[in-house]
Write a protein that binds this ligand. Structure first.
Ligand SMILES: Cc1ncc(C[n+]2csc(CCOP(=O)(O)OP(=O)(O)O)c2C)c(N)n1
Ligand SMILES: [Mg+2]
Length: 707
């Protein structure tokens, strides 16, 4: 089945490969297979801790590598991609160093399981174990290339893109069941992106057969309705047929006709991984039939039958492989193991410290005080003017997707208008709407950031961030750590959150900050005033870590938190609390929507002569422990208050640390105020009972002061 008309590729004999190249192809497949077998042996001997095999997939992967170009095209492989990696230029020594988890393992320093490689010079992106996150990342990577081509101002450093580059993304039959697969096709097909999907269909996802994954059992048939998508089905155990198919697909992508999907039927000759026993769910007949389709045996037969290589020549190649492997194993077994003390490295950027004085630039105030929404908008405008790499996308963020209508409409610019009017200045290439698919937004942003762009994406409500959680938790937060700093994706995710709305209900009032502060590798920032929002967003955009930037909906347009415009350079470092009011009798630590409530309560107590110190943390990861400790040492009494549910909340962490490190300074128990452990109800009576009110804070303060 071929859909679309690929450009004519000369049908030369043996795919135009000469004897030498065919011999190299055979050797590479054998090397891959023998490495799998060797790693299984090393596992039995206790030298490695996991193994996952490419056996049966070799021909298809080799064909992909030969149809494309390392260091020019981009590769998002999955964990079964050993032959692809070897054929693109990763060495057996490098793979084995990863397998034993050596400190010298070049891609992960012993952090990743074997078969999760990534090489910057070869454009092989560090991969996770999650099935299906790679699809959207490849799409974002392709968009970044298009962006660079069309926006010369954004190019920095050497050759950030290549003409006609192709993103090759691979995955198994099972991983096409993930929603993100379809979310990626949505954008790749709509924007005709040069993404080459290679589906390595071995008929199983661990023990689940393909007909239980894919309606009709055939993914390329299923996708027949997707516009602009080239599709071709091929016997992936036949090397030359696979090479032909992949070359046609690559040509289609290079000609910018759209994405292409090659559906290769392969066999999984080994169990899913060393933790699996496939005899438990495959019959002996099935296993024998798979063995007969072994791509290496098929290729050897072909080479012999065509008289291209003799039996002796094949043997000689196999012996060469054996020797190369033995040498590599000998070196690897002497290599130093990963050391525990390396663990903290590369969680965050090691070169850009957003808590440093470099991010402390004072405001130059001008004009009348204005709202948080306005000053966020001003910051985005300033940063987009300053740096052509800043790209904004999300649901409804554009003024209109019909650009030609811009002169005739006022423009949407976000459901809270934070991005209003930016499209008019910066155009639809730099600020545009995304489909209602949160993983799509974050997964694509990953691909943009990977290539040095600065995506500032919007998730419309935190209540709906959860489809993006896999991309946030397993990808954005981890990529720097898992690749020992070789790759990073410093995306800014702006998210509207919070209640106190009188009618927000369950699905427009959530907080959830502690879910994200619990993830290492991601900064969490949460301003309560217009000025802080402006300065902290600028720091978020200029820093080198992924940032979750939480914007409280109730605070977007309050009269009490307005400020004048602070100029285009104003920045506030992360991890610096703001002392909202000074006091000596007790400390209240809070942030976001509760700051104002705490201020009201403190004002009441002040009328009775009690003096409360109020800290607004402003950023939660990192948070300002010095300011907390200094204040608690001064007042000896402390309340931690937040809008999110009380139990397992951010306050629990702060309270525990105070109890641990400041016990000697306390004159009263550490108290917490938070929402009831329920959801936020629609009727104002419910919301009032559920979310912390100024009176709740006042009562807690009185209780602490009465000790
Ligand atoms: C999101 C996610 N869910 C579950 C798993 C556990 N898991 C690892 S591989 C796998 C099967 C994948 O099958 P397929 O995509 O067909 O690839 P194959 O291993 O057959 O090459 C599963 C369920 C995972 N790694 N990621
Ligand atoms: Mg499979």
């Amino acid at each position: 089945m071929v859909v679309g008309t690929p450009s004519a590729i000369a049908q030369q004999k043996y795919g135009g490969l000469d004897r030498q190249r065919l011999a190299w192809a055979y050797r590479t497949m054998v090397l891959s297979r023998r490495m799998d077998e060797k790693e299984i042996q090393l596992h039995r001997q206790g030298h490695t801790f996991f193994e996952i095999s490419a056996a049966g997939h070799e021909a298809l992967q080799l064909a992909a590598a030969m149809a494309l170009q390392p260091g020019y095209d981009w590769f998002f492989p999955y964990y079964r991609g050993r032959t692809l990696a070897l054929a693109l230029g990763i060495t057996p020594l490098e793979l084995l160093l990863e397998a034993v988890g050596s400190a010298e393992a070049p891609f992960s320093g012993g952090r990743q399981m074997p078969s999760h490689w990534g090489s910057k010079p070869l454009h092989i992106v560090s991969q996770s174990s999650a099935t299906g996150t790679q699809w959207l990342q490849a799409v974002g990577c392709a968009e970044a290339g298009v962006y660079y081509r069309e926006s010369p101002d954004a190019r920095q450093g050497s050759a950030p893109f290549a003409e006609n580059e192709v993103m090759c993304v691979t995955g198994g039959d099972g991983s096409t069941s993930e929603g993100e697969f379809y979310e990626s096709l949505n954008t790749a097909c709509s924007a005709r992106l040069p993404v080459l999907y290679l589906i390595e269909d071995n008929g199983y996802a661990i023990s689940v057969p393909v007909e239980r994954q894919t309606p009709g059992g055939n993914i390329s048939h299923l996708l027949s309705g997707f516009p602009n998508l080239f599709r071709e089905e091929v016997d992936g155990t036949d090397f030359l047929a696979s090479l032909d198919a992949l070359r046609r697909a690559a040509a289609y992508c290079r000609e910018r006709r759209g994405p292409a999907l090659v559906h290769g039927h392969v066999v999984r000759l080994h169990p899913h991984s060393l933790s699996d026993d496939q005899k438990l769910y495959k019959t002996a007949e099935e296993l024998a039939a798979e063995a007969r389709r072994d791509p290496i045996l098929r290729f050897a037969d072909f080479l012999l039958n065509e008289g291209l290589l003799s039996q002796e020549e094949l043997k000689k190649l196999e012996q060469e492989v054996e020797q190369e492997l033995e040498e590599a194993v000998g070196r690897v077994l002497k290599a130093p193991a990963a050391e525990g003390r390396s663990a903290p490295l590369h969680v965050y950027s090691e070169t850009v410290d957003p808590t440093s004085s470099a991010f402390e630039i004072p405001p130059r105030l001008s004009g009348e005080p204005t709202t948080m929404a306005e000053l966020l908008n001003a910051c985005l405008r300033d940063e987009m003017r300053r740096d052509a790499r800043v790209v904004v996308f999300g649901q409804d963020v554009a003024d209109t997707s019909h650009e030609e209508n811009l002169p005739r409409v006022k423009g949407k610019g976000g459901v809270f208008k934070v991005t209003h009017d930016l499209q008019r200045e910066f155009g639809s290439r730099r600020i545009f709407n995304a489909p209602i698919a949160e993983a799509n937004i974050v997964g694509r942003a990953f691909g943009y950031a990977l290539r040095g762009l600065k995506p500032v994406v919007e998730i419309q409500f935190i209540d709906y961030i959860w489809p993006a959680m896999m991309q946030i938790r397993d990808e954005l937060a981890v990529i720097r750590w898992r690749s020992i700093g070789n790759f990073s994706c410093p995306v800014v995710i702006r998210v509207a959150y919070g209640g106190y709305l009188n009618g927000g209900g369950i699905y427009h009032s959530q907080c959830g900050e502690s879910i994200f502060t619990h993830i290492p590798g991601i900064r969490v920032v949460l301003p309560s005033t217009a000025l802080d929002a402006n300065g902290l967003l600028r720091t978020a955009i200029r820093c080198d870590d992924p940032v979750l930037f939480l914007e409280h909906k109730h605070l977007y347009r309050q009269p009490y938190n307005r400020n004048p415009y602070p100029g285009p350079d104003f920045m506030i470092p992360f991890g610096k609390a703001h002392t909202v009011r000074e006091g000596k009798d007790m400390t209240v630590i809070t942030y976001g929507g509760v700051v104002q409530k705490a201020l009201q309560a403190a004002g009441k107590l002040a009328e009775e002569g009690m003096s409360v110190e109020l800290l607004d943390l402003r950023s939660l990861n990192p948070y300002d422990w010095e300011a907390i400790a200094a204040s608690v040492r001064k007042t000896s009494r402390v309340l931690v208050a937040h809008e999110d549910c009380l139990s397992w909340g951010f306050g629990a962490e702060i309270a525990a640390r105070i109890a641990d490190e400041l016990f000697d300074h306390l004159d009263a128990p550490v108290k917490r105020v938070g929402a009831l452990d329920t959801f936020v109800g629609y009727h104002p009576n419910l919301e009032k009972a559920i979310l912390p009110q100024a009176s709740d804070l006042e009562n807690a303060m009185r209780a602490i002061l009465s000790w």
